[in-house]
Ligand binder design. Structure first.
Ligand SMILES: [Zn+2]
Length: 365
């Protein structure tokens, strides 16, 4: 019996799986195995799980063999393929602390602890093996703390989604009985130029003999790959829902009122700091759409370069992050048109909805 072929179900999502290091770059060294080998095995196991179970997802690897590849080149592969997600896979090491173990997942940001900074230094040192790394990375010295200042002023359009995936991965790792070291930020060069949500996973410590054994074993690698896969599926599910929000007309908006002037009076003065959404501008029970353009750990000044000259940028606070939005309308068609226009400046911007001044999530728990 043959099943009908559903040609219409084309791939709608591309994930790039990046096995860290390779070739002349071994990465961290365990007693019996190199980091590069573990990274590659887990990357391929993860890719196979996705390819076998997710019809609509295209999997691209930065490497499938033991070969050297630069950090920027990895990001370029993702960018050229217009990937929707970038997952870099690594294993950790720490000097003179063989008792330390556990998983951690990084998103791009400024390291807020010496420990995180050390991970960035170690992982970024891979560029020292690249030809012309001084020109390629504009004089970036992976071992100098001063070099990392560039990460403080980095635009972080995808921070929210990156952290979302990172949290899901850490949650899924708990099933592998690893110590949960949490979601962290650090100035990781491999994530710097990716123009999509991106994370770097540290599977465990090669300097801990028990973890080395686990990560070297097929069973351990299968469990780690499955955990990342489960997190990916949950993330993708949420992604699909969000796409549907933007693609289907808002049924909830019954007879939208005549558009009241959409600009908040307070935000028309360019010199004033962006204002939070006030409930007065949102009519009761009507969805007010906005476009989220970027997320920041710190409050940004109204004239911040990150706004790229856009005026009337607003923000709301959520989970300790400042989330900046542009435009607002109760009419989805209007906001979609604005969304289309600003995408050239804010790749990854997406439409969100507020009701009674509160953000509405389609997948509210
Ligand atoms: Zn690594």
């Amino acid at each position: 019996m043959s099943l009908p072929v559903l040609r219409a179900e084309e791939k709608n999502f591309t994930v790039v799986i990046d096995a860290g290091h390779g070739g002349k770059d071994s990465g961290a060294k365990g007693r019996t195995i190199y980091e590069k080998a573990i990274n590659l095995s887990v990357a391929i196991k993860l890719g196979n799980l996705i390819a076998e179970n997710q019809d609509r997802v295209k999997v691209i690897y930065t490497r499938k063999t033991d070969r050297f590849i630069g950090l920027d080149e990895r990001a370029n592969i993702a960018n050229h393929n217009k990937a929707d997600l970038f997952i870099s896979i690594h294993a950790n090491a720490i000097k003179n602390a063989s008792h330390i173990s556990g998983t951690e997942t990084f998103t791009l940001g400024l390291a807020n602890s010496k420990e995180n900074q050390e991970v960035a230094k170690r992982e970024n040192s891979a560029i020292l093996l690249e030809d012309n790394y001084l020109q390629k990375y504009e004089g970036f010295d992976p071992n100098s703390t001063e070099s990392y200042i560039i990460f403080e002023f980095m635009q972080n359009t995808h921070m929210e989604q990156s952290i979302n995936l990172a949290s899901r991965i850490q949650k899924a790792f708990k099933g592998t009985k690893r110590n949960d070291r949490g979601v962290k930020q650090a100035g990781l060069l491999v994530l710097r130029k990716t123009s999509m949500p991106s994370v770097l996973v540290e599977l465990g410590f090669l300097t801990n003999s028990e973890e080395e054994r686990f990560m070297k074993s097929a069973d351990g690698q299968n469990k780690l790959a499955k955990a990342i896969y489960d997190a990916f599926v949950a993330y993708k599910h949420e992604y699909d829902k969000r796409q549907n929000v933007a693609a289907t007309p808002a049924r909830k908006v019954t007879s939208p009122p005549k558009d009241s002037p959409t600009k908040a009076p307070a935000s028309t003065t360019a010199s004033a700091a962006p204002k939070t959404t006030t409930t007065t501008q949102a009519k009761k029970n009507v969805l007010l759409y906005k476009i989220q353009i970027l997320t920041s750990e710190k409050k940004l000044p109204a004239n911040s370069k990150q706004f790229k000259g856009y005026k009337n940028v607003s923000f709301y606070e959520e989970n300790g992050l400042y989330k900046y939005t542009y435009g607002e309308s109760t009419d989805l068609t209007t906001i979609k048109a604005t969304h289309k226009k600003i995408q050239k400046d804010f790749k990854g911007a997406f439409i969100i909805a507020f009701k009674d001044g509160k953000r509405v999530r389609q997948n509210s728990k």
